[in-house]
Design a protein around this ligand. Sequence first.
Ligand code: ZN
Ligand code: ZN
Length: 145
Amino acid sequence: MDAIDWDQTIRKLGKKSTPQRRAILTALSRMNRPATVEEIFVAVREHHETSISTVYRNLELLFSEGLTTKQGFPGEKTRYCLKREHHEHTLVCIDCQKIVTITGCPLESYAIEVGRRENFVVVDHRMEMYGYCQQCNHLRGRLSK
Ligand SMILES: [Zn+2]
Ligand SMILES: [Zn+2]
């Protein structure tokens, strides 16, 4: 996970790649679980001069840039987590096993909502949909005639 080039990632967003921001992202990828501002602050402070308000400000910025997600239960501290890279879902053809990859995820907010309801910190999910691709569907149509 540490191999991720955070410098590039931040620059691609048109933001300044500061050591603080890179340190926060590195800390999050090392922890690999939703962490509070305090926990992230402690991890970043090991290598960088920083303050908790700086960490908080940068976390909010990284969140608004879509690099992190945040969640929390009522009455509890907000937890930040690295947004998974290359998150995708698939359509699988039952007949020929062809796999179509769907970009974009409709489940992010649903997963957090379910987590709140069930008192569960959801960090990942999987979803596959099964059916027939265009070719197979066409073939099936012909066969059933
Ligand atoms: Zn097929
Ligand atoms: Zn998803």
